[in-house]
Design a protein around this ligand. Structure first.
Ligand SMILES: N[C@@H](CCC(=O)N[C@@H](CS)C(=O)NCC(=O)O)C(=O)O
Length: 221
């Protein structure tokens, strides 16, 4: 398999696709492309980017091509075993899938106003009200999952899985912009950030030379 991703410092959807590949346990080649550099427009019009019309992540696996992070999660769950990604209990899995889907389709203000930058921690500043509403919704979802299905595990549904993968870039944003989080969320965020796959990603992001100025400003600056 070959996974094409964008900058590890900034590309949140790439992080999700990459975490899914690591979680699958399958071997894959990783190709990191610098987004928005001088070659970006030419590169994204190439054949390897055609299926996603120029967006990352894209997973190539022989004749199969999968773009869009949530589809990559599902493809790999089919291929490597659902248990690696989703809880076994039907009710837990229903909630985990709903949370992953909601993450994928929602939270536009948090995503747009607080873009991922895993190399920065900006001084705290009062977020916009629409962002606060979305952060409160994230807290509500995490609280429900942890209380109902977390058990003795550290993650939303006990073991690390698809829901954690989809929310991982939210965890990093909450840290980067020092957004207000509920007390219960801190241990969960620590568990995500200290997961070995996240540690690998964060270390690689630190090593990246590419800098995109548009993501190097605190929100609202
Ligand atoms: N819904 C897609 C979103 C993919 C996406 O928007 N990727 C961004 C990088 S995080 C991208 O490729 N942006 C480059 C562009 O649109 O030119 C997914 O879940 O993978």
């Amino acid at each position: 398999m070959k996974l094409i991703i964008g900058n590890k410092a900034y590309s949140s959807w790439s992080l999700r696709g990459w975490l899914a590949c690591r979680q699958s346990g399958l071997s894959f080649e990783e190709v990191v492309v610098p987004m928005y550099d001088a070659d970006w427009e030419r590169r994204r019009q190439g054949d390897e980017f055609a299926p996603s019309s120029g967006k990352v992540p894209i997973l190539w696996d022989g004749d199969a091509v999968v773009w869009d992070s949530l589809a990559i999660v599902e493809y790999l769950a089919d291929k490597a075993g659902r248990a690696r990604f989703w809880p076994g209990d039907d009710a837990a899995r229903a909630m985990a899938r709903s949370m992953a889907a909601e993450m994928h389709s929602s939270f536009p203000n948090l995503r747009r106003k607080h873009p991922m930058n895993v190399r920065q921690v900006f001084p705290p500043a009062r977020p916009d009200d629409d962002v606060l509403v979305e952060v409160a919704r994230v807290m509500e979802l995490w609280a429900q999952a942890r209380a109902r299905w977390g058990g003795s595990g550290d993650f939303l549904f006990g073991d690390f899985g698809a829901a954690d993968i989809m929310f991982a870039p939210v965890v990093t944003r909450l840290v980067t912009y020092q957004l207000p989080v509920a007390r219960f969320a801190a241990p969960y965020m620590d568990a995500v950030l200290s997961h070995p796959f996240m540690q690998d990603w964060l270390a690689a992001a630190q090593e990246e030379e590419w800098v995109l100025e548009q993501y190097e400003q605190p929100a609202g600056a």
